[in-house]
Design a protein around this ligand. Structure first.
Ligand SMILES: *Cc1c(COP(=O)(O)O)cnc(C)c1O
Length: 463
């Protein structure tokens, strides 16, 4: 019997083994190194007849399993890296098992978009956002930014009677922003708007990364009524600073612009009564980006876009499969493939649906508040040691710091990461070499802060 048919017969055994290995991994995640050692001397051997799934599992375990790092564990504080809640893992598994190609809610053959609509409603409720947003799932905040800015690009064209989606981009599109995330700038490159085409707004004085509203208004006035795109931040990556959305709201009454907010992780401030003031006013934006594989703690690849329902036509014009007659009229015959970049997608909403259903609003409030508390605890340690300096205050869930002796930053960080106990990433803030620790994992506890600070103290005695 060939391997494919044999695998079908022993499907239960395959799933049992994968389940056992998964449980073993997840139950030991807190002990798993955060930095991998790769030792791949031999080349892969590609068997003519294959190895079968159990044989391949064994081969994977020999070759790659030891290199898997605890990136979803409690002490992986590099970049902004979320973990995976048990419910999200369950939902993610089932997405694979049911293997729906999520498109429509009423079409023949597929109704899985109903789950996606429902999940978007739950997310809007989690964030206290109004129901006049239409949303959907994409692979990450990069593609969410791309989707939102794609609709914005079409809006800009419409202001002068042009259809950029059909005829191509013409003329310079004005984009204003203070601290856009690199992925938003990358989206401008992909959209033909041009990554160099961003007018930089000053940030506020006093070690801030939020835009200076006075400077924004000056630069708007200089545009002489020309429509533009504003990219604002609900959480900058270095110091998690937020633009003043209430002030931006007021400018909207006076000027004609598309307002996009990148709230990839900072949007979760809305989950806590303590921090929701940071996003006050964001409900008026035309489009919002939120990552799910960061603070929502669902597996990669998952993010959502929220676009105001009134912009649905612009969105459709940008993303429709115009020459596929068999798909019907996109407005009558709804399918997600006419409203976002991907055509085929897995049932991405399910892990989020499972996690929201399982832990509720209070579960996420608890994750957010506990992560912030741990960021503050870690910052306290940094501040109490004369070797270090804080580069900015802790505004939410990230500690941005450095060593007083900047020549030792690289060595300190590589030694710390080499312990495999904790993982942090380097940054440059205001021209200064620094280090970031970002807390978005539901598993992180005070005990993890203790483990990390003990490792740091050991390294400092050697440095
Ligand atoms: C992480 C991040 C992104 C990019 O997200 P991906 O999920 O990696 O595509 C965009 N904006 C902000 C503010 C982020 O933190």
């Amino acid at each position: 019997m060939d391997h494919l048919n044999k695998d079908l017969v022993q499907l239960d055994e395959i799933l049992n083994q994968v389940q056992k290995q998964s449980s073993a991994y997840l139950n030991q995640l807190h002990n798993r190194p955060t930095t991998g050692k790769v030792n791949l001397q031999q080349e892969v051997t590609f068997h003519e007849k294959g190895r079968g799934t159990l044989g391949t599992l064994q081969y994977f375990n020999e070759r790659f399993e030891p290199a898997m790092v605890a990136s979803s564990g409690p002490r992986y504080w590099g970049f902004v890296t979320g973990g995976t809640t048990p419910a999200a893992i369950a939902g993610d598994w089932l997405s694979t098992i049911y293997d729906q190609n999520t498109q429509s809610g009423k079409g023949s053959g597929d109704i899985s978009a109903i789950i996606e609509f429902e999940t978007i409603k739950l997310l809007l409720s989690l964030f206290n956002l109004p129901k006049d947003f239409f949303g959907g799932f994409v692979t990450g905040a990069t593609v969410s930014n791309f989707t939102c800015l794609g609709a914005a690009r079409q809006w800009i064209g419409k202001q002068s009677g042009k259809d950029f989606a059909k005829d191509g981009v013409s003329g310079l599109i004005k984009v204003l922003s203070a601290m856009p995330h690199s992925s938003a700038v990358k989206s401008l490159a992909m959209l033909g708007i041009g990554s160099n085409n961003v007018t930089k707004i000053n940030v506020l004085p006093g070690n801030r990364e939020a835009l200076d509203v006075t400077d924004l208004e000056d630069k708007i006035i200089a545009l002489n009524g020309e429509p533009f795109i504003l990219i604002s931040s609900a959480g900058t990556v270095n110091t998690v600073d937020f633009d003043d959305f209430q002030a931006i709201q007021k400018l909207r009454k006076k000027y004609n612009f598309w307002w996009h907010i990148d709230a990839a992780f900072g949007g979760f401030a809305a989950c806590s009564p303590k921090y929701k003031h940071l996003v006050a006013g964001w409900e008026q934006a035309d489009s919002i980006t939120v990552d799910c594989h960061k603070w929502l703690n669902v597996p990669y690849e998952s993010a959502v876009f929220f676009l105001k329902e009134k912009h649905k036509l612009l969105q459709m014009e940008t993303f429709q499969n115009a020459n596929a007659a068999y798909l019907g009229n996109p407005l009558e015959n709804f399918s997600y493939l006419n409203f976002l970049p991907e055509n085929s997608r897995r049932l991405k909403a399910l892990p989020t649906w499972f996690s929201l259903m399982s832990y509720g609003k209070s579960g996420y409030q608890q994750i957010v508040e506990s992560n912030v508390a741990n960021a503050l605890l870690f910052a306290e340690f940094i501040q109490s040691n004369v070797v270090f300096e804080m580069l900015a205050p802790v505004r939410l869930n990230t500690v941005c710091f450095s060593l007083n002796d900047k020549s030792k930053v690289d060595e300190f960080l590589s030694r710390l990461n080499a312990t495999g106990k904790v993982f942090l990433t380097a940054t440059v803030y205001n021209g200064v070499k620094g280090i970031r620790a970002a807390f978005v994992n539901w598993r992180t506890s005070g005990a993890d802060i203790k483990i990390a600070t003990e490792e740091i103290n050991k390294i400092l005695t050697e440095l």
